[in-house]
Design a protein around this ligand. Structure first.
Ligand SMILES: Nc1ncnc2c1ncn2[C@@H]1O[C@H](COP(=O)(O)OP(=O)(O)O)[C@@H](O)[C@H]1O
Length: 196
């Protein structure tokens, strides 16, 4: 499959696929507090990739929807977000690390490697508590982790062979995970299913 095209605002953009991308796009997902932004930042730095932290992107570019009283935060406007990052994500260059606590909103073609970070409930509870989250919000997030919701979502949204579940509880595991993701990125580069 080569790259194909779509029209947006009367302009045509080429949409990259894993076959045409020069460098892999990597999604780091997992429940809030599992270590996505810490890991994503370091992986991007090490590989010389761009890092897109979705929550920051949303804040800085006004991509929020309505305010949710129960969660005491704005809901994400998914359409606005996808529009905002689509040109970068569909580029044949690739080489983007994305950090978000969800994955079924993104087009499947955007990612070559999907990493789901996991953490024990005790550790997660402490991390979220020290962030000043309300008990309600902590409970929601810890339950999300107990049910393995993000792993399930990732497996439903992407081919299983590109989904990697990684424990993220200790600094040693953080280092191992960075190493592992860099190896996966190198394997993509060495594979012959994309253009040089
Ligand atoms: N593997 C790990 N070992 C030790 N501390 C970690 C690990 N992963 C994350 N942390 C710590 O947990 C907190 C939450 O990490 P963060 O990267 O902000 O999570 P997320 O982006 O998933 O919400 C931070 O204080 C971070 O230093």
């Amino acid at each position: 499959m080569g790259s194909y095209y779509y029209a947006n605002n009367n302009q045509q953009f080429s949409m990259a696929t894993p076959e045409t991308r020069r460098k892999p796009n990597i999604l780091v997902t997992g429940s809030p507090g599992t270590g996505k932004s810490t890991l994503g930042q370091q992986v991007a730095e090490k590989l010389g990739f761009e890092f897109i932290e979705i929550s920051k992107e949303v804040r800085e570019n006004n991509l929020q929807g309505e305010f949710d009283e129960q969660y005491n935060c704005h809901v994400l406007d998914e359409d606005k977000l996808l529009d905002h990052i689509s040109e970068r994500m569909d580029s044949d260059d690739g080489g983007i690390v994305v950090d978000y606590h969800g994955c079924d909103l993104f087009p499947e073609r955007w990612f070559d490697v999907v990493v789901v970070l996991r953490c024990s409930t005790e550790k997660l509870y402490d991390r979220l508590k020290s962030r000043g989250y309300t008990d309600f919000k902590i409970k929601e997030n810890v339950e999300c982790e107990i049910f393995g919701s993000l792993l399930e979502e990732a497996k439903e949204s992407y081919k299983e062979e590109i989904v990697h579940e990684l424990q993220s509880e200790t600094p040693d595991q953080m280092e191992e995970n960075i190493e592992k993701i860099c190896e996966l990125a190198a394997a993509f580069k060495n594979s012959d299913n994309h253009m040089e």
